[in-house]
Design a protein around this ligand. Sequence first.
Ligand code: ZN
Length: 387
Amino acid sequence: MLRIKNVSVLTPQRMLENAQVVLDGAKIKSVEVEPEIVDKNDSTLLDGEGNYLVPGFIDMQINGGFGWDFTEQPDTIWKVGNQLPKYGVTSFLPTMITAPLEKYSQAQDILQSGLPQDCTGSNVLGLHIEGPFLNPEKRGAHDPRFMRSPNLKDVDGWSMGNGVMMVTLAPELEGAQEMISHLVERGIIVSAGHTLANFDETQKAIAGGLRYGTHLFNAMRPLHHREPGVAGALLTNENVIVGIIPDGIHIHPALLESIYHLVAPQRLNLVSDAMAGLGMSSGVYKLGPNSVHVSGGEACLEDGSLAGSVLSLDQGLRNLIDFADCSLQDALHTVTTTPARLLGLSHQKGQIAPGYDADLVLLSHDLQVLATVVNGRMVYQRDYEGN
Ligand code: ZN
């Protein structure tokens, strides 16, 4: 049994100072305020030294990291997952960009075969397939040679049970509406991205079950006051959550601040959209078939197009608090309860309460990750006073 004592438990719903959290296996057993002195012999103690204990972060869009690219080498999902806890990420959706269909089934097979024994990192919740039913005119770093028109035959083996959690597509493509209904029926979250959809097309897609917007504003028809386009439809629909890459490059800090106040943190989801250069020094890394130049915190193709990011999600959270001048408690929604709700995991993740998954992050008062617990196991810890 692991006891984490002397922490300020902070979730989007509550703040409990001088608290202790007791874990039982992979679950949270109890949350106690001003706990009794416990018998040290019956448990492992982590002294939080008054730091924040927050729910683990969920990254809905990450293409790779630490030199590895999921689209090129789907078997590196576990290796990347092993390193993500240092950024507070306890669950993620490995994201694969536009590629030949075999690549996706290869990744599905890897997920079905389960976690290798030496992997104790972040939970892999399922794939986010970003492609191949995208608009070539908004391709970004995706290779148009592998883009396809929506065709139900191509997604025959895709379902939540088969490891596909989310699909990003362009709703304006012929056959997209039918595909949205088909994927939603199979428990998959459908998102709009790399798209020129107009307002009406997007409204129709939302009525058909579309629930998310992939990297809002990036690779999308721009917002126009007379044709609000895909971004306008996503922003104004209460049923939709919008994903944003908060690196200060993909979206201007001033606009992120406005969006934060417009949609409230319950409808805003921060993603890293990190690629293989995450956690590495400047250099050339893969994103699918592309060579991407990483330097100065930017990841770009030769032509200057942005190709993912090298943002860590904990830095993204700090950026949001800085750009939008909001509290940690409110900002936490965007990486905990909001993605958990979208994924249908609100009863399991995003809270610190009895019965919830023991996915936890110890954050210093300047919001640096000090320790991370995944499924009740301490998987990352750095030196700080008290350990
Ligand atoms: Zn993209």
